[in-house]
Ligand binder design. Sequence first.
Ligand code: GLN
Ligand code: ZN
Length: 763
Amino acid sequence: MLTHSLGFPRIGLHRELKKAVESFWKGEIDEATLLQMAKELRLKHWRLQHDAGIDLLPVGDFSFYDHILDMTVALGAIPKRYNWQGSEVDLDTYFAMARGTAGADGGIIAMEMTKWFDTNYHYIVPEFTPEQTFSLSSSKLFNEIREAKDAGFNVKAVIPGPLTYVYLGKSKSDNFDRWNHLDAIVGVYEEIIARVSKDVSWIQIDEPILVLDLPEHVRDRFQNVYERLARAKGEARIMLATYFGDILEHKDIVLSLPIDGLHLDLVRSPHQLDAFLAEFPSSMILSLGIVDGRNIWRIDMDRALKMITKACRAVGEDRICLGPSCSLLHVPIDLEEEKKLNPEIRSWMAFAKQKCFELRVLADAIEKKDVQDILFENREIMASRQNSPLVRNEQVQKKLQAIDENMFRRSAPYSVRRQKQQPHLNLPILPTTTIGSFPQTPEIRSTRRRFKNGGISQEDYVRAIRGFIQDMVARQEQIGLDVLVHGEPERNDMVEYFGEQLAGYCFTQNGWVQSYGTRCVKPPIIYGDVYRPKTMTVDWITYAQSLAAKPVKGMLTGPITMLCWSFVRDDQPRSQTCKQIALAIREEVQDLEKAGVKIIQIDEPALREGLPLKRKDWHEYLAWAVNCFRLATSGVKEETQIHTHMCYCDFEDIIEWIAAMDADVISIEASRSQMTLLDTFREFKYPNEIGPGIYDIHSPRVPPVKEMVSLLRRAIQVIPAERLWVNPDCGLKTRDWPETIASLKNMVEAARMLRKELGDSKK
Ligand code: GLN
Ligand code: ZN
């Protein structure tokens, strides 16, 4: 039974690729050194997968930045502004497309980047213009195939499919239909496929858009495109790969395509198997995506074997092969690196290398090879996880059972709360505030690092952080803000900070996953029932409040964001895990209130990211997600003001759910769209208070007062001034102090000018 890998993490076990590429950018190493290093890394990864038991290895999954950008380069779809001359695309042009260039003339802006389906990986969005032409402009794939074959590996070419490529791209001219280019693009694909078919037996073409709700016209294009590709493939065979969901809606189309193999994601969507088995054409091989490519848990082998056996019975063992559900790009490379994890918890996990091994064992088990010991061990591990007191906590279970309907509701509607909050807070009209974080200076970072490494004592650490808070409070008072924050100097990251203090979470030392380009993250892992052993923020916030006469906002990360930015449990629904986090946050919210904090902000920037890929699943998700936010925030008195914050997303189609969160105040990013985002809130008649960001925090630019005044004037036309707040788009942690102070002073001045204007107009 053949095992294959759909793709492997490219960044390297110790982020070797990140380091090499960044050194290249800084001019510390030359191109030849970078290329050599990349070659070694590819060889290492093929070797590793091969040694773990993978028969068919992926080529084309490596990338210096992003594989969709690589496809753009292969197609010669280089936007005009990069002044490309039309031959093999060089590395400088490649990186310019990814990151833009600086220059006296203002440089060239980068191509847009966006999230890859519902993952935290970001791809570079293809750009389409009417006059564009396409021609094969990269030999990267061919070179890498040569490289792998020279090293003696059995390989499969991997490329993003043409329909997915065009679908994910954007037209850069009004009224231009990017699908007009499909024909020409498929022409280049034919060339690529004809060439690689001489060297490989399989070509994997990824069409993950098949898991989305596709417009009719896109579905209709598959037949013709794949007929053309089939004619180009020669002796090689084409495997159509789908992942991140089921493709049931497009089953008839897919099964009628002239392809030789089909890959299904059976981790996300095991329910689709039966429908495909029932009418699987004898001309195709079925690849079972059986090992989870999106999460870090060890597979339950008995369960997997049941599914594989069923498939073998239905279509014949010789027509089944095994793979991970999707590319392994989304998981860390090697669990053996994690020496500090609790050994019991570690035994429940598998990273990319271990997942390759799991595939081998499953294939061997089907072939009746002697893997009984491993299956036995797997059974024991599954049982240990299921019964472990590390996973199940009776107290949490009791609390969950005790949840009643009232816990999801504030004790009074907003209109009543507002009457109580006003005298309690005593704020001017158009109150000014910030989103939470202030510049994370080198001193702040090094204090945290030294504390973490044991370089300074707890006492000294607290003193140092208090010093930073004191400084930030003083600066805010000087600037004249109305609602202050403590500045978040103790936080490395808004999820990690809370995860480290909550039970049920653990952290890897080396569990890097690529987010975009050379940026990697180490997502926290939720392994067990989540609860809060002790308060998490109360000391810092009350300290800040003790220094100021004006209210200081408590600052927490919400349950949905805590969930979305972590590896989550696969032994219970996400909604259940989210509820547990919500209970923990609720306790913190209540403790803040008890400690005298009058305003508490619970950030939920990930609410929209968590949306399911298929529209029909949105309602269910939004219902539990919003409920979790409400559970976290509803346990306070009417006079306590709850804020939330969201950024960089469209609100249009989820506005009713945002309203249903029932925060007293929501701050959103709005400056880049010149407040047009607010139209959604007006049309919906959003009932509570809003702080539309009036300056972009991504740039060091200091926006002049009159610019912010004009944005605020625009906002007042949409939202009544009584319900309007004044704040930046997002947290300020990436900024430096000089521009932060200057910008906030201008912001405060803008608010004052408008207050005066409003006052005058009332007289
Ligand atoms: N309170 C957080 C901050 O200011 C919010 C960050 C975010 O929205 N991503 O940094
Ligand atoms: Zn934000």
